[in-house]
Design a binder for this molecule. Structure first.
Ligand code: ADP
Length: 258
């Protein structure tokens, strides 16, 4: 990266002023903007073919099922799952470009918080052999916010808990109804995070790529997006973790706020 700073000298030849550096800051910002634009356009363009790929794969899976060809139905089922992963990666990229350009939109409305959490658990449980233990999911609290976005946060914490605890049998999810907020905590008994890295996990594209025994796939965007969502709704997100023992990720959001 070239710094095009030039010295402006006075009559005696002493340097009176440097100029040109502002331009470079401007140049850097321009590059950032171009990168974000590219990411936005690329993820948008990727989304369209992947969406039709998904539709075709679904049709073919059910065709094979109907004709009793379970071997091929099974293959198509696997393909569907991979297409879903691709779709999730692309939508994370899209979300990040929206966040970075201030265009992440919220459709806030009242909804039943507990029912939403139960729905996420059911969804995640369907695709995982790990036992998801529910604790204290007893309240019926109406809260105000974007249901889909909050679903996204809970899903992210639960799927991370499962992904980063490859040798554990279970993960635990707690909800707590506090005076002005609702709180969700997801506890796992997995690899944990060392103290110096804990502060960084909510940064965009930040990831710890695993150790010798395990590598974990991902783009390092889920927690960044989750923390932006929670912050935008006036809440907090945090982590407590002990390396080698496990992590608890939690967040809270205010109840009814208009
Ligand atoms: P990704 O999982 O795609 O890398 P995330 O933003 O969800 O991205 O997480 C960022 C990083 O935080 C991960 O790469 C991982 O190192 C760490 N992390 C997240 N959740 C957990 C967890 N439950 N246990 C241990 N490490 C975690």
């Amino acid at each position: 990266y070239l710094v095009r700073a030039m010295a402006l000298k006075d009559a005696e030849g002493n340097i009176a002023k440097w100029y040109g550096t502002n331009n470079d800051v401007h140049h850097q910002k321009e590059l950032e903007k171009q990168k974000d634009n590219f990411l936005g356009i690329a993820s948008h363009e990727l989304k369209t073919p992947v969406t039709s790929l998904k539709a075709y794969a679904q049709v073919m899976e059910s065709m094979f099922k109907r004709s009793g060809d379970f071997k091929n139905a099974d293959l198509l089922g696997k393909m569907n799952k991979q297409v879903d992963r691709l779709t999730n990666l692309i939508s994370d990229l899209l979300d990040v470009t929206k966040i970075n350009s201030g265009r992440l939109q919220f459709n806030n409305a009242e909804f039943d918080f507990n029912e939403m959490v139960e729905e996420v658990i059911e969804d995640v449980q369907r695709t995982s052999f790990r036992h998801i233990i529910k604790k204290e999911l007893s309240f019926n609290k109406t809260i105000f916010g974007d249901r889909d976005r909050i679903c996204q946060v809970v899903t992210n914490l639960l799927t991370n808990a499962i992904k980063y605890s490859p040798d554990a049998n279970e993960v635990v999810i707690y909800t707590k109804d506090e005076q002005d907020t609702v709180k969700v905590c997801v506890q796992d008994f997995g690899i944990g995070i060392s103290p110096d890295l804990q502060d960084h996990v909510f940064e965009q594209f930040y990831r710890v790529s695993g150790n010798k025994e395990h590598t974990f796939p991902g783009l390092g965007l889920g927690l960044y997006i989750s923390s932006e969502i929670v912050k935008r709704l006036g809440g907090k997100i945090w982590v407590n973790s002990v390396q080698g023992k496990g992590s608890t990720f939690g967040f809270n959001i205010p109840v009814i706020k208009e």
